[in-house]
Design a protein around this ligand. Structure first.
Ligand code: LLP
Length: 443
């Protein structure tokens, strides 16, 4: 079956150029570092647009498919503008994401607002900015949403988020579809929610059901299980309430290749499995083919992104490991310390033929757990070498912090030999921008 870009460990344009340096998007990484400094997030536009094309092609046989990029993976104005241009919708989970996407000029009718504890202000903003669907997560939210909708004399289009009771093999913190989860209505609570919507919450219009099983998933069969459950529920609700729901949202979750051991399925394989499962369930439950919504985040953006660091100090523990430190770490990529995530890296600048050594790449932050990569074999490192860590497009910048009061890195978009800043490097002034010194403490 055809490969898709999510199966690539590196951006598709990665190569060694005539100077012997790594190049991405036609840009020499050493030159990027000279121009923009490190740590630096780099996003390859070609890889990003290729995966969007892969997704669209994989589902073209089922025209009622809507790809909604899960912006929690990486939400910036330029990335939102590119994905809007590609025709994708957006799965959002906060006012911040909604506002960013709105300001980037996206089609708000293709935005879904999701989350287990959306605030009054966030729901208000979502309705005012014309967000297309709100995925109602719990009883409290249904009541709140109806009150807001009533006060604006509007009808709000919703889905019901449910927990389908499917366990997938991924890190416990990024599993979501199992029964003991904080997200969504338990299957046994759906009817009560539907009764409320039909009888009391008359400013809410229910279109369908929404589930999300987990993230960094390699098993393909669980999507078929999820579809079976969602279609079964559509048929059941039709029979019990005469309710014709015509949308199912399958969430995100398709994995990427962080290390050689990771073998994610392609978008084409997932497409076939999902379309096949829908067709089977439609027959099995005798329902109208529903529109499907997918919310991929990681598999859209991860492989387009790399992070560049400069090698600094090192320490050989007597009879132990060799630690080599870089100028970033857990504040720009918290995934290794949070989920024991593994990454692959290479030296971006040309190294004359030299021996390899096994090192552990430490971050610069004040915690022993700030280790970016354990035991990686690299050419003997020297201060000033540039380390390129691959597959950092998803959940790196979006989960970055200012821990240790360190400025967040810049992000550049590369394409056809051109580089453009899409997120400016924070400055020391940015770090104190929201600080206030009470008058009595001023001197
Ligand atoms: N839809 C819903 C409802 C979600 O909760 C998520 C992710 C997605 C879509 C997108 O899933 P993806 O396609 O990216 O797997 N911070 C963690 C990942 C948390 C994912 C949370 N929900 C990490 O760095 O691995």
């Amino acid at each position: 079956m055809t490969n898709s870009a999510n199966q690539s460990q590196k951006p598709l344009t990665t190569k060694i150029n005539s100077c012997g340096n790594i190049e991405i998007g036609g840009c020499d990484l050493v030159e990027l570092v000279e121009k923009y400094d490190t740590p630096l997030y780099v996003v390859d536009e070609k890889t990003l647009r290729t995966i969007c094309a892969d997704y669209k092609k994989a589902f073209e046989k089922y025209p009622k498919t809507n790809i909604m990029y899960a912006s929690k993976a990486l939400c910036t104005s330029a990335i939102s503008a590119i994905l809007n241009e590609e025709g994708l919708g957006f799965d959002t989970v906060s006012a911040g994401e909604i506002y960013t996407i709105y300001k980037a000029g996206a089609d708000m009718s293709k935005v879904l607002f999701n989350g287990n504890n959306k605030s009054f202000d966030e729901l208000n903003l979502a309705i005012d900015l014309g967000v297309g669907r709100i995925s109602a997560d719990n009883f409290y939210e249904l009541a709140l949403l109806n009150t807001i909708a009533q006060s604006k004399n509007k009808t709000v289009n919703i889905l019901l988020r449910i927990t389908p009771g499917i366990e997938c093999h991924t890190h416990q913190y990024i599993q979501t579809g199992h029964l003991d989860s904080k997200f969504g209505f338990d299957i046994t609570q759906i009817d009560e929610a539907v009764e409320l919507i039909l009888n009391e919450y008359t400013n809410l219009k229910l279109h369908g059901l929404h589930a999300h099983i987990g993230s960094q998933i390699f098993e393909t069969s669980i999507y078929a299980d999820e579809i079976d459950i969602l279609c079964r529920e559509l048929a059941r609700l039709d029979e019990k309430f005469g309710l014709k729901l015509n949308e199912i949202n399958l969430g995100g979750g398709l994995g990427v290749k962080y290390t050689d051991g990771d073998v994610p399925p392609s978008t084409y394989e997932i497409g076939e499995i999902i379309i096949d499962a829908i067709n089977k369930s439609v027959k099995k439950y005798n329902i109208e083919p529903p529109a499907i919504f997918l919310e991929p985040g990681r598999s859209i953006i991860s492989m387009s992104g790399v992070t560049l660091y400069t090698i600094g100090s090192s320490k050989q523990v007597p009879h132990g490991k060799k630690y080599v430190s870089v100028d970033g770490g857990m504040a720009d990529n918290p995934r290794p310390s949070l989920y024991q995530a593994k990454y692959f890296a290479q030296i971006a600048n040309k190294k004359e033929a030299c021996e390899y050594e096994k090192v552990t790449i430490g971050g610069r932050f004040c915690e022993s757990g700030d280790i970016l990569i354990e035991d990686i074999s690299l050419p003997k490192l020297e201060e000033g070498d540039i380390l390129c860590v691959y597959n950092t497009g998803a959940y790196n910048y979006s989960m970055a912090s200012n821990y240790n009061r360190v400025e967040k890195p810049a992000m550049v978009l590369v394409n056809n030999g051109e580089s453009e800043v899409i997120v400016k490097r924070e400055t020391l002034e940015d770090l104190i921008r929201c600080d206030v010194i009470p008058e009595r403490l001023k001197r």
